[in-house]
Design a protein around this ligand. Sequence first.
Ligand code: ZN
Length: 43
Amino acid sequence: MAYICASCGKESKSLEKFVLCPYCGGRMMLKKRPNISREVSTD
Ligand SMILES: [Zn+2]
C-alpha cells in the first residue's frame, strides 16, 4: 500500500505500523488512491 506525505508530497510504500514520512519525518500520510475515472464524466 502506498502512502503520500501531506507535507512534502513524496510517496513511500511498505511502511511500518506507524506512518512516518522517510523524507521529511512528517506524520501526515495519506493513503494513495488509484485514479477512479468511473465517476468522471467529460461533457
Ligand atoms: Zn514528507
